[in-house]
Write a protein that binds this ligand. Structure first.
Ligand code: FMN
Length: 213
């Protein structure tokens, strides 16, 4: 089977992005774009690529789900003992990327990551469906397992163990918050002449500039 990958291309024509629309507060502008993406009924709207760097400076990227956003930063949940958890304890510099293809928009976020407090992790964990809660206990995320059966056996074990009690949050599972110092909004334009508006945090204040595409 031959793939004609090089010929895959499209024009981005939907909209323009200018400084006036972007405003001066990138968190407020992120919320505006997010709610526009909600209105456009984009699937997996909160799926974002999380890039981390390990102790040998090698980068690793995977998708996680954005679960909260406030003036401080962007929150997601995972297994603290996973590969990404180990990488984030070695190096707090991370990057996030969203791509909402139906709107021809990308958002890139860079900053420092840290664990959220236990109360915040507990509150979110308790909001999850029971199956996901048990899954958090049953999966030693990122560890090698010899067979799929191990997961099913673990799942049944924890399901039985927690059958009559509220499922507690595992100590190895919780949230991280990315405190941004760099946020870029990209709007696709015709002939690859895209709009890129970037906010960088300088001495506690957001500064805005435009980058060539
Ligand atoms: C759409 C989507 C959403 C995901 N959301 C999460 C998430 O919120 N938390 C998580 O730990 N893994 C999530 N994953 C799985 C991760 O991409 C990854 O496989 C897992 O976290 C292990 O990564 P690691 O070995 O680099 O730590 C998601 C994957 C996809 C495709």
């Amino acid at each position: 089977m031959s793939l004609n990958i090089a010929d895959i291309r499209r024009e981005y024509m939907l909209e323009a992005l200018d400084e006036e629309v972007a405003g001066l507060d990138p968190i407020a502008f992120f919320k505006k774009w997010f709610s526009e993406a909600e209105s456009a009924q984009i699937t997996d709207i909160n799926a974002m690529t999380l890039a981390t760097v390990d102790a040998n400076a090698a980068p690793h990227a995977r998708i996680v789900l954005l679960k909260g956003l406030d003036e401080e930063g962007f929150v997601f949940f995972t297994n603290y003992d996973s590969a990404k958890g180990t990488e984030m304890s070695a190096n707090q510099n991370v990057a996030l990327a969203f791509y909402w293809k139906e709107l021809e928009r990308q958002i890139r976020i860079e900053g420092k990551v840290g664990k959220v407090d236990e109360a915040e992790s507990n509150t979110y964990f308790q909001s999850r469906p029971a199956g996901s809660k048990i899954g958090a206990w049953a999966s030693p995320q990122s560890k090698k397992i010899t067979h799929r059966n191990i997961l099913d056996t673990n799942y049944s074990k924890y399901e039985a163990e927690f059958s009559n009690i509220d499922i507690p949050r595992p100590p190895h599972w919780g949230g991280y918050r990315v405190i941004p110092n760099h946020i870029e909004f990209w709007q696709g334009r015709a002939s690859r002449m895209h709009d890129r508006i970037v906010f960088t945090k300088e001495k506690g204040n957001w500064e805005r500039h435009r980058l060539a595409p």
